[in-house]
Ligand binder design. Sequence first.
Ligand code: A3P
Length: 314
Amino acid sequence: MEVNSGSKLISKSHVHKPQLALDEKRGMIPTILADSYLKDISNFKVRNDDIFVVSYPKSGTNWILYTLHLLNQLQKNEKVIQQMSPVPYMEFPEGYDVAKAASTPGQYVRANDMPSPRVLMSHLQLELLPRELRARKGKLIYIARNPKDVAVSFYHFASLTTNLPGYSWPEYFTKYCQGKTHRGLWFDHVLAFWEFAQGNEDTVLFLKYEDMILNPTSTVTIIAEFLGYSLTEDNIAFVVNQTSFENMKTACVPLNAGPTKTKNNNNKNKPSFMRKGKIGDWRNKFTVAQNEFFDAIYEGKMKNTGLHFDFGDQ
Ligand code: A3P
């Protein structure tokens, strides 16, 4: 069965395998994205004070979201609630269960009714985001992370949620290098936003996960300045402290990212984005051969882009 022109349905009926379509340009994406929501998202009405947080998955998205949650409350002089509140994940169905997406509204629908200023998140490729956002209405924060740690983080996450197929590590690695995992090729995703950010620093902020780890104070300050917030050094220090890995583990209860692959659906086994939070964990998974193979691709794709990542090299 074809799901739409340009997309080939390659997996359609396994209890633990969501329907994934291979789109030549965008890699593997849940068919629901190809089918029902994309047109609406493209036409989504962006407001001038919207803040979109966008990333390739497993790049520190929730870290930025929680940082914004705190910064926004401080800026408004509100009593700070140290608990992450849900942010609409534009292209995901309410309830986070991809299998039910055909009969469930996308979270972008809820976003339409939210009061301003809104924080919204997405893992969509640049070309699939709202047209008005691409025309530079609203603000966009893109967070990127070195692609080796992204691969390992995502591989672990995929083993937990039924929204994603389960892979062996060698299988995942091969598909990841080919852009045939969820959200397509890391290089295509990241480089499109990197290019988009050049010369548009007033509306697009391109951040790196590794900078958040190594220089949290300056990164949080950069975010606050980008948003035009006037906060004190104490405010920034507070946010840095609250968004540490350890503090976020309690402030951000396990993500409701859809049904889990284990029957034991307690919080411990729910898919959590708080796993290790380190630079260089890829060393525990990549073989020497995989590393050499990946380095060759990386060199070719990143050459002359001016974009560099910290791999936690020893
Ligand atoms: P690991 O799986 O390597 O631990 P996302 O939010 O985009 O899904 O990204 C999840 C990744 O960001 C996970 O990586 C998670 O541990 C890491 N992360 C989330 N909050 C963090 C924090 N405060 N400090 C460091 N890493 C964090």
